[in-house]
Ligand binder design. Structure first.
Ligand SMILES: [Zn+2]
Length: 235
């Protein structure tokens, strides 16, 4: 853009106020940038100007070519991301083995036994559970039943106390574990893709894992299939 005009004032004056999918679009509205990058092109008027500036020696043709090449690369990425959101299926989540580890295609999600038990509890509840309801006896028992077999420290009494402390959110422990679960998935997948797998919710409302359970392959310690229903993802 600098090469197309002699002064910044002239550039500012000539930039298109109305976006037309040209590299000279002003894009005061940031959402217009998406149009500009999707066309990754110049309008006929600007193309003629670029050609004449190159001809008159005010602009290096290689710079112009590089700019369009760069815009093409950004464009390809934008299109790829759009397509990815629409038709690529989520990677299958696997839970298996003696320690009931959580795996995504090609990578293990690094979760502690407590986090695995908590995560598996939410997998078993596609409808979601409010965090305050975790202290209900039935829910507590279910988390403990998931935790005891895979716990690596303590005895029955201390393990029970540990889970009770987490579910009662003593010293913010519940939130700490939920955010560690989030971090583990983000480390494995990156920010955007992890969203579908993590335990999410609005305080006071139900927390849930959005993943459609048809992408969950859960074998218990004996190799039996664990069924979590298949409530589809409403988002
Ligand atoms: Zn233009």
């Amino acid at each position: 853009m600098r090469g197309m005009f002699d002064t910044l004032e002239e550039l500012a004056y000539r930039a298109h106020q109305e976006p037309r999918g040209c590299l000279l679009d002003m894009c005061e509205e940031k959402k217009d940038i998406s149009l500009k990058m999707r066309t990754a092109d110049a309008c006929p008027e600007c193309m003629a100007r670029i050609r004449s500036r190159v001809k008159s020696g005010h602009m290096d043709a290689k710079v112009a070519i590089d700019c369009f090449r760069l815009m093409d690369m950004v464009r390809r990425d934008l299109m790829y991301r759009r397509r990815w959101r629409l038709d690529v299926q989520p990677g299958a989540l696997r839970i298996s083995g003696y320690a009931q580890q959580v795996d995504l295609p090609g990578k293990r999600v690094a979760l502690s036994p407590i986090q695995r038990a908590l995560y598996q509890f939410f997998l078993l509840h596609p409808e979601g559970v409010r965090l305050v309801d975790l202290r209900d006896a039935a829910n507590m028992e279910q988390v403990m039943a998931l935790y005891f077999p895979i716990a690596t420290v303590g005895n029955m009494a201390t393990q029970e106390a540990t889970i009770r402390g987490v579910l009662l959110d003593v010293e913010g422990k519940l939130q700490q574990h939920l955010s560690r679960i989030r971090r583990a998935f983000r480390q494995a997948l990156g920010m955007d893709e992890a969203e579908m797998y993590v335990v999410n919710g609005t305080p006071g409302e139900r927390y849930r894992i959005a993943l459609d359970r048809q992408y969950l392959l859960w074998a218990d310690r004996e190799g039996g299939q664990v069924d979590c229903g298949s409530m589809s993802n409403p988002t």
